[in-house]
Design a protein around this ligand. Structure first.
Ligand code: PLP
Length: 412
């Protein structure tokens, strides 16, 4: 039998099917499964209001937990820096992009989280996909919580290390996997606050396991920085783990695009470990530095976070108000579940994709913007409304949402 293609008979039409021709059908599949994602065109309004596709909505979708993203002092700091530095960074931090403002921000971040040294990246996604492969590779072992953020998962895959995925927050399973591992270099990676559930990792227990099995802990505190801990210093500070001693076994990573209200991210920890990341993280070396105007705005933001106890108290009051309003709606009749969370991320699990979308749509018609989160972002069968609260929400705002959800629950 010949392996060469059968020659076309004279006059026979050639119908080559390229894989590119399958994409419309594959898109239709996504549509049928009600998994098509759509962007909306937005503009900030007053307080927690947001213009969405031209309609003014009360939004419960922003990670701007302290309401700093539109703070005039941050806008002023960005404007001031743009006169001094221009707008673009011009190069990698290794060449010419590490401005005076970027250097000052790193210093301020390290002091704020009370760790020896910090490295400022242009995005959180790039931080995790850069630092994980810098730490472990083929022949090494990674231990990853099942609910970790996509960029931790992608960083883990990119590293080529062997990945042990443990059930969410199951430290018994983690310990077993650590004990069985024969690899010498072990890295445990975990969200500090889980981005779709809102619960907080048991950081002291994770660190104790890392001590016992000579592993390093990488914590992603995207949703805890600015919100948790004394003066908003984050989850690690809340767990009482700061200073050079704690830093020996933990790398603390947080984004600056959420409570800090700007963009970018940083990783902080032991000075030698940070120097290693500076040498080895390819997403740091081979990408243009974050613009100085953002670094300057962030220095103002760190200051506002530090002074932000009143904002955090307001946020906590809204969290308590929302939970008190929603818990009575979670019963056998609705089948709804409000996940345990003391953070501004409040997940109301509806279950079915279509029902979650219908609830979102019903809220939208009442001027309330709450995103429905579906698989693959969350496990199958746990489609949910992900309610994000902010210090910019008033008690009246939260009451409107509770009333609207109560009405949806009654109609079911
Ligand atoms: C948002 C987020 C990131 C990504 O940060 P960006 O700055 O948006 O790239 C990383 N980890 C977690 C847990 C997040 O929620």
């Amino acid at each position: 039998m010949s392996l060469s293609p059968t020659p076309l008979a004279a006059g026979e039409a050639s119908t080559p099917t390229s894989w590119l021709d399958e994409i419309p059908a594959r898109l239709a599949e996504i549509e049928r499964a009600q998994l098509r994602r759509q962007r909306r065109v937005t503009m900030p309004g007053q307080g927690a209001q947001l213009w969405v596709d031209g309609a003014l909505m009360l939004a419960f979708c922003s990670n701007d937990y302290l309401g700093l993203a539109t703070h005039p002092a941050l806008a002023q700091a960005a404007r001031d820096a743009s006169w001094t530095y221009g707008v673009g960074a011009g190069g990698s931090p290794m060449v010419s992009g590490h401005s005076v403002a970027n250097a000052a921000l790193e210093q301020a971040l390290a002091e704020f989280v009370q760790l020896p040294r910090a490295l400022y990246f242009y995005a959180g996604y790039a931080t995790n996909t850069g630092i994980i492969p810098a730490l472990v590779g083929p022949g090494d072992a990674l231990f990853s919580d099942a609910l970790n953020h996509a960029c931790l998962i992608d960083g883990a895959r990119l590293s080529g290390a062997q990945i042990h995925r443990y059930a969410h927050a199951d430290l018994v399973a983690l310990e077993q996997a650590l004990a069985q591992s024969t690899q010498r270099r072990k890295l445990v990676i975990s969200d500090a606050v889980f981005s779709m559930d809102g619960d907080v990792a048991d950081i002291r227990a994770l660190l104790a396991l890392c001590e016992r099995y000579d592993a390093l802990l990488l914590l992603d505190d995207a949703h805890g920085f600015g919100v948790l801990g004394p003066q908003g210093r984050g989850s690690l500070a809340e767990a009482g783990l700061t200073g050079a001693q704690a830093a020996r076994r933990v790398l603390y990573m947080a984004t600056l695009s959420k409570a800090a209200g700007v963009a970018g991210a940083f990783v902080a920890g032991d000075a030698t470990l940070i120097e290693w990341l500076l040498q080895k993280a390819r997403t740091y070396t081979f990408a243009t530095a974050a613009p100085a105007l953002l670094a300057n705005a962030l220095r103002t933001s760190v200051h506002l976070i530090e002074q932000g106890d009143a904002l955090r108290a307001q946020l906590q009051a809204r969290v308590a108000q929302l939970r008190a309003g929603l818990l009575p709606l979670c019963n056998a009749a609705t089948g709804w579940r409000l996940l345990d969370s003391r953070t501004p991320v409040q997940a109301l699990v509806i279950g079915d994709n279509a029902r979650a979308l219908a609830a979102m749509e019903s809220l939208r018609q009442q001027g309330l913007w709450v995103p429905a989160i579906r698989p693959p972002t969350v496990p199958a069968g746990t489609a949910r409304l992900r309610i994000a609260l902010s210090a910019a929400h008033t008690a009246h705002d939260v009451q409107r949402l509770v009333d609207a959800l109560s009405e949806i629950a009654r109609r079911r």
